[in-house]
Design a protein. Structure first.
Length: 148
């Protein structure tokens, strides 16, 4: 067939497009050539099937290259995401530890403040009890004066 025998898709051992064509299709196309005259007057012929094969090979190579770069980029992005995830976990752990430390410090400060305020509060309590006793004495006196 033309495509197989014209140096294109089957006879060169590269497989390619010929793999998806049947022998009947191969016979139907016949030899595919282009002919003409160049600007300098010389005649030329071109095996179009070979050009198509080269174009398909070029496209396959480009696709393979893009696919390879895509896999590399995806792998790098996965690595970066994993690294960021590890960093985030570490930061969360540090924040949790810091929060616990602040809570503990606040409790200790509250305990110290309560301990420091205790003498002052005891003094206030004694003073208030003294005023209460004084007010009770005044009331007794007023009640005694009012009863007489």
């Amino acid at each position: 067939g033309a495509l197989g025998s014209a140096g294109g898709f089957g006879s060169d051992g590269l497989g390619g497009f010929h793999d998806v064509m049947t022998r009947e299709e191969d016979r139907q196309f016949g030899d595919v050539f282009s002919a003409g005259v160049r600007g300098d007057g010389k005649q030329y012929t071109t095996d179009i099937s070979q050009d198509v094969h080269l174009n398909l090979s070029g496209l396959k190579n480009q696709f393979d290259a893009v696919s390879s770069v895509d896999r590399q980029i995806a792998g790098q992005l996965r690595k970066e995401v994993d690294d960021l995830h590890k960093d985030m976990k570490m930061l969360q752990s540090e924040i949790q530890q810091e929060t616990q430390l602040q809570k503990k410090m606040t409790q200790e400060m509250d305990q110290h403040e309560a301990h420091d305020k205790r003498p002052s509060l005891n003094a206030q309590l004694l003073e208030t009890k003294g005023r209460l006793a004084s007010l009770r004495d005044e009331r007794k006196t007023l009640n005694a004066v009012g009863a007489s």
